[in-house]
Design a protein. Sequence first.
Length: 141
Amino acid sequence: MYGLKTESSFDAAHFLTDYDGKCENLHGHRWRVVAYLSTEALQTEGQMKDMVIDFGDFKKALRDLTEAFDHSFIVEEGSLMAKTIACLEEEEFSLSVVPFRTTAENFARYFTEKLAEQGLPVSQVEVYETPNNCAIYTVER
């Protein structure tokens, strides 16, 4: 197997719904996202001959995804009252509303799926909330 690895990071706030502990309160992280591609064969033609893909394309794909969350308040859809959302928007806060609970595990799956939608042979994504703790989503083949 051949593989590539790249990473990106973003700063964002979130909270966990239905959680009894410190993380139920609004807090932030420097989220670090590490993505891996793997394939059994290298490309055979053109500019990307003998490559998995161009590193520049891989880096851009991941960075575009993480940039969308940078310096935003990530909110699980339906977790805040409509009037709270309206007030945050009126104050011009940058909100990123997602259809899942904002855990590192769910973000690992989210980034994996988004990279795969772009046709990249993603095999694994790690999402770090802290330098020592990460969640991993692996594609079974």
